[in-house]
Design a protein around this ligand. Sequence first.
Ligand code: MG
Length: 160
Amino acid sequence: MIRVGVGYDVHRFEAGRKLILGGVEIPHEKGLAGHSDADALIHAIIDALLGAGALGDIGAHFPDTDEAYRGADSRELLARVVALLEERGMKPGNVDSVVVAQRPKLATHIPEMREVISSILGIPLDRVGVKATTGEGLGFVGREEGIAAHAVCTISLESP
Ligand code: MG
């Protein structure tokens, strides 16, 4: 059985923080604010995977009120979600995603993001899509107030 999930996340920019997207540190004059490392792309992928498994959302599993997750590396949270799925006989099939950011340009960082995500999910690179688009100057993305990310995924469920 194949199941589909969707995820979405937004983080606002904050001076003095690192910009981490898809597990990759991207040179920029500001980063994203958040309780964890604020990796909006990985958070969207986590929510897509949890959604496909009907296992709730990232906030339920890793609450931002929990000191344990302060400054958390989102790559580790993603690995825990993959393990959670595995315990239930579910395996990631493929992931596609879009990061919506006015700046910085992300194209040159996408190959590394795909590498990171495919290795954590344990699936080949050709099953991981990461795309980037701008906000065309519109809305909160266009005003460079923050970055959004969308993700969809499939997971396969072994029949019991
Ligand atoms: Mg988030």
